[in-house]
Design a protein around this ligand. Structure first.
Ligand code: AMP
Length: 550
């Protein structure tokens, strides 16, 4: 960790460490009767308050102590968004251990790899993941016990898993008298592995300090804009970069919290929004597709839902417009990554944009946005030279800030920084007003005749067609041009469109040479564990595809 010189004169303010436990203490003391509502894996609804949550988190902290979990030990979770997972968030990190959220959609062998790499001591899991636990238990070398997050009567009578513990038994048998320990704010608090589309997954190890600063910054009005008047439903899973920090920022602000459990289909989400008066939500574009399809098919509107943050992959402008024009829901486009805790930019307008036309405002809002305070960014060429902020020149996007990774867990991958900046692997332009726009992931860029074609632009145009549900654009080897774009498309249910009609739709919207050389229609696109379209899988599937122009 970098060391800095110290002034001979030290400020005379309280040097209270920034610790995650302070959030739950604050929520209990100042918003004690604010509700946390969860759709449970068991199928029913559960509701209690921040005060109840704090009490149970203290009991769980005592239980962890009793199990021998020490400061710095890793405790894994394999769970959906729900109140027990929230209790684990606070009990584990608050007591000085490290919460390792694992993505249950990964293959059991990958989960075992991650658990072994992290040297997890205990694993907490939702009851429906018992088969996954049975598959990983023989492979996991360091896990001393598995805690099934349910009541005693849901526990299996006989299980192949040795040392299977019942969560509610642990809570019931533990005292609620627990003083959250004070320790250095740079202590590790939680651990998330990157999706690892290439090579083995690598761990981003957050600290209490980085998490707290991220929580402050992400709650700001031009970021997630969460307040005590909001009802927040994180659709983004608690295993995807800590649900983008929402389990922390809701406690910081006193917002009511609603958890969807495993039911992420359009109908279930819509009903929960309406029942609980949800005002704000956050998730990747693919989950919103399901919700918007359901509301359109059933001619439904939202009564309270006003704002959503969409990120994780590029939000198609067509989706933003549908939310805004058809439903009165404001979309804030956000960009970030596991290595950034995750928030880097959010897209909102400034005062000087008030006079702009709707189209001019929309053109800005489609970008990934301005850096939130704490994050600095720049674009550089392949030699590391900084490039102009003119909205046209694209380059490798680099970031720095107190919640940006310095090195991966166990120094995996060695020194990852370039002159103190973290290379994101994204290619972007930044305009004169500081709005950043991702043109592509560097490995997804299509290289045609020595120039780059941004696949995100081509996909955004395709999904703006009323008959298109999803689209992915990949580069296909071409004898003359190196690579040319192929568009892979999923049609909306019951809609028809031909290749010629879709290609005609590109006319006038982009430079002619950017137009895809061919279109293939398919029933579905492969999605990764966090709901993102897996371009590498599509590239593999179409590796030998012959373009008509080749
Ligand atoms: P992950 O760490 O799995 O969340 O992935 C981070 C990556 O997702 C980033 O480096 C981007 O390539 C991509 N990403 C995240 N948000 C956006 C966005 N709003 N637009 C385009 N790509 C995004």
């Amino acid at each position: 960790m970098m060391q800095y010189p110290q002034s001979p004169l030290t400020g005379r303010m309280m040097s209270q460490p920034l610790l995650i436990s302070s959030l739950i203490k604050h929520a209990d003391r100042y918003y004690g009767d604010t509700e946390v509502v969860s759709r449970r894996v068991e199928g029913d609804m559960h509701r209690y308050t921040y005060r109840d949550c704090h009490q149970r988190a203290r009991k769980l902290a005592n239980a962890l102590k009793h199990l021998g979990v020490a400061m710095g030990d890793r405790v894994a979770t394999l769970a959906w968004n729900g109140y027990r997972h929230l209790e684990a968030y606070y009990a584990v990190s608050g007591s000085g251990a490290v919460l390792h959220t694992v993505n249950p959609r990964l293959h059991p062998e990958q989960i075992a790899y991650i658990a072994n790499h992290a040297e997890d001591q205990y694993l907490f899991f939702d009851l429906n993941f018992l088969p996954v636990i049975e598959a990983i238990a023989p492979l996991a070398k360091t896990i001393k016990g598995y805690v099934m997050m349910c009541d005693r009567d849901r526990m299996p009578v006989d299980s192949k898993v040795a040392n299977l513990l019942c969560y509610e038994d642990l809570i019931a048998s533990s005292s609620d008298q627990f003083d959250w320990p004070l320790f250095d704010e740079n202590s590790a608090s939680s651990l998330c592995y990157t999706s690892g589309t290439t090579g083995n997954p690598k761990g981003a190890l957050y600290s209490h300090r980085s998490t707290m600063l991220h929580s402050y910054a992400s709650a700001l009005p031009d970021a997630l804009n969460v307040s005590a008047r909001d009802v927040v439903l994180p659709v983004v899973p608690m295993f995807h970069v800590n649900a983008w920090g929402l389990p922390y920022s809701v406690m910081l602000t006193g917002a009511k919290l609603v958890f969807p459990g495993p039911a992420l289909d359009g109908k279930s989400i819509y009903e929960l929004f309406e029942q609980e008066g949800v005002t704000f939500s956050a998730g990747v574009p693919t989950v919103w597709l399901g919700l918007l399809t359901y509301t359109a098919q059933n001619n439904l509107k939202f009564s309270t839902f006003r704002r959503t943050v969409i990120g994780g992959s590029a939000c198609p402008p067509a989706m933003m417009k549908t939310f805004r024009h058809d439903y009165g829901v404001e979309v804030v486009h956000a960009w970030g990554m596991t290595e950034m805790s995750p928030l880097g930019t959010c897209c909102t307008l400034t005062g000087k944009h008030a006079h702009l036309s709707d189209d001019e405002k929309q053109a800005r809002l489609e970008k990934q946005g301005r850096a939130i305070f704490g994050v600095d960014m720049k674009i550089v060429d392949d030699d590391g030279q900084e490039l102009a902020w003119d909205g046209k020149t694209y380059g490798n996007l680099l970031v720095k800030g107190p919640w940006v990774i310095e090195a991966y867990f166990k120094n995996e991958g060695g020194n990852v920084l370039q002159d103190g900046w973290f290379p994101t692997g994204d290619v972007a332009v930044i305009d004169a007003e500081g709005y950043m726009q991702i043109t592509d992931r560097s490995k997804d860029v299509i290289k045609s005749g020595g120039e780059w074609i941004g696949s995100i632009d081509l996909e955004n145009i395709a999904v703006a067609h009323p008959a298109v549900l999803q689209a992915a654009c990949i580069g296909i080897a071409h004898p003359k041009w190196d690579e040319r774009p192929l568009l892979v498309v999923v049609k909306k249910p019951g809609m028809e469109i031909t290749k010629a009609e879709l290609l005609k739709f590109y006319e006038g919207k982009i430079a002619k040479w950017w137009t895809p050389d061919d279109v293939v229609f398919t029933d579905s696109l492969p999605l990764g564990a966090t709901g993102k379209i897996l371009k590498n899988k599509i590239r593999e599937a179409y590796r030998d595809y012959k373009l008509p122009t080749a």
